[in-house]
Structure formats: C-alpha cells, structure tokens
Write a protein of this length. Structure first.
Ligand code: 5GP
Ligand code: MG
Length: 203
C-alpha cells in the first residue's frame, strides 16, 4: 500500500492541528447561537459516509457539547471513478427524523469537489426545517465550482488533484492511510485496466 503513494499532500500532524482549530470555530459559532436564543446547547451532526468517518471521529472529540449523530450514506465516486458521477443519497430517508425542527445541524463531508453532494444533502436537510444548517468539509479543491460553493468550515484548500487517505478511498482502498496523499498514476491506470478486463466498468 505504501508503494502506491506518489506524495504526501497533508501529513497527520497538520491534520490534527487543523481539526482542533476548526472544532473551536464550530464551538464559538454554536455558543453564539445558543446565547442569542437562550437555549441549552445541543447539535445534530450529519457525517456523510463513507469518506468523512475518520474526520468526523476526530472532530467530535474536540466538540464538548451535547450531540446527536445521524450518519448518512452518499455516493458519487463509485469504484475506480476519479471524477464525480452525480451524487445520490443511499439511505432510506425514513432513517432520518421527519423533522429537524429546533435543531442545530452540522453536515460533515470529506471533500468539496463539484458541490453536488453538499447541494443535494443541504437541500434535503433544509426541507426538514432545522434551526440552523451549517456545512463543514475537510478538504476543498481549488476549482471554480468548489471555490464559489457556500460552505461554513473548510479545514484545507488543496490543488485539483485526486487524493486518498484519512478516510478517502480509491476503489474502496487507502482509507486507513493516516496522511492525505496522492497515488502514482500507474496505480490508478492499473486499477481501471483491471476493472475493464473484468467487464465491470460503467460506460
Ligand atoms: P462533489 O459531490 O462535491 O463533486 O464530490 C464530493 C464527493 O466526491 C466526496 O464526498 C468524495 O466522496 C468524492 N471525491 C471528490 N474528490 C475526491 C478525491 O480527490 N478523492 C477521493 N477519494 N474522493 C473524492
Ligand atoms: Mg463522500
């Protein structure tokens, strides 16, 4: 697995530092909300699976506040795809509560690329009438659609490259790498060739 890495883009120490900083920004916004409304502080987190599971796990341990966690499965990069094929919510939506009325909701995703995923999820959750709806991403790609997309918290802006590690996959692998890395081109080409040979590629 290590041999497949081209280079490390963001190492584990930088990630850990930024996660703490982003968590404190989230906390101070929440405290401001709670003051304004004179309510007891509580948050509903919606981490998007699978890519954000490690980020969310680290982030929540820096959010000392009462919270509910509602995982939501969204898919847009199936298999060996390295560009978005359009976002789709995989779960039966009845798994979510019918209403999010009065709840402060924070959506957590791994990476903002085309914005299709967050657009779909935000629209779906906004229809459930939350008290507030914010979005947080670990990574944002420096491409025009992503840079203009409204998102509340961004841990890192990265070049428009395909990355894996710290929860992000290629063909379901590499999520367990502790750093955010790029893969060697041959590795991606080989996986695509294998998939073609097996006749499983979507056209
Ligand atoms: P969007 O809907 O914004 O185009 O894409 C968001 C989703 O696409 C992310 O949640 C992630 O699953 C996937 N994605 C986008 N860029 C990358 C990337 O560079 N690497 C990986 N592994 N997944 C990506
Ligand atoms: Mg994802």
């Amino acid at each position: 697995m290590q041999d497949d890495i081209d280079h490390i883009l963001i190492d584990r120490h930088n990630i850990a530092q930024r996660v703490e900083t982003v968590a404190s920004q989230i906390m101070s916004d929440l405290l401001a909300d709670a003051k304004g409304e004179g309510e007891s502080l509580e948050i509903t987190l919606v981490p998007l699976l699978t890519g954000s599971f490690i980020f969310a796990a680290d982030l929540i341990r820096h959010l000392p506040v009462k919270m509910k966690i509602r995982l939501l499965s969204v898919s847009s990069y199936p298999g060996t795809a390295t560009s978005s094929r359009g976002a789709q919510i995989k779960d039966d939506l009845s798994y979510l509560p019918a209403s999010l009325a009065g709840q402060h909701v924070l959506v957590i995703d791994d990476i903002l690329d085309s914005g299709n995923t967050l657009k779909l999820v935000s629209k779906t959750l906004a229809a459930m009438n939350p008290a507030s709806l914010r979005t947080c991403v670990l990574l944002r790609k420096q491409r025009p659609e992503a840079m203009v997309f409204p998102v509340d918290y961004v841990a890192f802006d990265i070049p428009d490259e395909f990355v894996v590690g710290y929860g992000l996959d290629f063909n379901d692998h590499y999520r367990n790498l502790p750093d955010i890395v790029t893969l060697r081109e041959e590795v991606i080409a080989q996986a695509i060739a294998n998939e073609k040979a097996a006749g499983t590629t979507e056209s």
